[in-house]
Design a protein around this ligand. Structure first.
Ligand SMILES: Cc1ncc(COP(=O)(O)O)c(C=O)c1O
Length: 377
């Protein structure tokens, strides 16, 4: 089936009792047992929930994965992944990832003896060079938040296969509509489903997708044993949202492309970052591994004062953390999403205090461009 068809139907069958076409939110913490040990396969809400399973299967189908394992946030999903390694093991991470991922790895997981190397993964050779005897995993985000750097997923997957490492891709920025890392050889995909998958800025969620039975088994165990599960209602909202993922992503992409192109014609935008611009240094890779360029645009105004003033003056764009919702957001990564990353590391990757990140929504693009123009004036 095509993507839009799967988005609407995969993982869902009408309710057996009533014939309800839409999977309901099974808001129950427990299930009746006829006698001890005799039940319908559902024992306790943390372990089993049909709304959650339907959502997991739906997103797994979209990512071309066999298994989906959902968590209460994107970071909870990433944290669960850390159970695939143990104290003394080493993980290679692309140097520009979401600030919270950096914080989780450097400020929490290192206390448990896990070691991290941060490399510029735009060049896959840097990843291969960073491999040590105790390396177990390569974790990349592509495109990165907020610099929109790309990593060649197939090249990383090949390196990981050669050295028997697990490859993980944070696919939050693209959603499976534009990029399917499992089909490019990656072992695991992670999403903050808070973002495009849900798309309406009303849920915090995360999910892992894989074709590897052993990874699935371990992550399913962790999901239950550590317990960072999403609520059935949040799962229902995400399942409702993925039905429109295809149409939303097309519009995000169309609007973002127009805004990025528009910004490049304006002197006040010192540098525009968008993988759909031919001048993006990895435009060819973007065309190769993505089927669209997404809704995220970053722009360097050349001065912190101008960046702050822009963020204050826009009216249709809302100043807020997060991204991927139908409404347009503006954010100042240095003081918001990436405040946990030390300034010298931010500067090394080009994340200046003068950088603004736009999450382009699906409003009328003329209104968005007028809003940007008015703020500048
Ligand atoms: C690329 C990326 N990955 C992971 C996360 C973490 O997700 P959550 O906020 O759902 O925990 C975020 C959050 O902004 C993100 O942007």
């Amino acid at each position: 089936m095509g993507f839009a068809t799967d988005a609407i139907h995969a993982g869902q069958t009408p309710d057996d009792t009533t014939g309800a076409v839409i999977v309901p939110p099974y808001l129950t913490s427990t299930y009746v047992q006829e006698e001890i040990g005799k039940h319908k396969g559902y024992e306790y809400g943390r372990t089993h929930n049909l709304t959650r399973a339907s959502m997991e299967n739906n997103i797994a189908a979209l990512e071309k994965g066999k298994y989906g394992i959902a968590f209460s946030s994107g970071l909870a999903a990433t944290q669960a992944l850390m159970n695939l390694v143990k104290s003394g093991d080493h993980i290679i991470v692309s140097d520009n990832v979401y600030g919270g991922t950096y914080r989780l790895f450097e400020m929490i997981m290192t206390n448990f003896g896990i070691k991290y190397s941060w490399v510029d993964a735009r060049n896959p050779r840097n990843v291969e060079k960073a491999i040590r005897k105790n390396t177990k995993m390569v974790f990349i985000e592509t495109p990165t938040n907020p610099m929109l750097n790309l990593t060649d997923i197939s090249a990383i997957a090949e390196i990981c296969k050669k050295h028997k490492l697990l490859s993980v891709v944070d696919n939050t920025f693209m959603s499976p509509y534009f990029q399917k890392p499992l089909t490019l050889g990656a072992d695991i995909v992670v999403h903050s489903s808070t973002k495009y998958l849900n798309g309406h800025s009303d849920v915090i969620g995360g999910i892992l997708l894989t074709n590897r039975a052993k990874v699935h088994e371990k992550m399913r165990f962790i999901q239950n044993a550590a317990g960072a599960v999403p609520s059935p209602f949040d799962c229902w909202l995400i399942l409702r949202a993925t039905k429109t993922l295809a149409v939303r992503m097309k519009q995000h992409n169309e609007n973002a492309q127009k805004i990025a192109e528009y910004l490049t014609t304006k002197k006040y935008a010192k540098k525009v970052y968008y993988p759909g611009l031919p001048e993006h240094p990895q435009y060819d890779l973007a065309k190769k591994q993505m089927s669209g360029f997404g809704g995220m645009v970053s722009v360097d105004f050349g001065s912190t004062k101008k960046a702050y003033s822009f963020a204050k003056k826009v009216k249709v764009f809302t100043l807020a953390e997060s991204l991927g919702g139908v409404e347009s957001l503006v954010c100042h990564p240095a003081s918001m999403t990436h405040a946990s990353v030390p300034k010298k590391d931010r500067e090394k990757m080009g994340l200046a205090d003068s950088l603004i990140r736009l999450s382009v929504g699906i409003e009328d693009v003329e209104d968005l461009i007028n809003d940007i123009d008015n703020a500048i004036k």
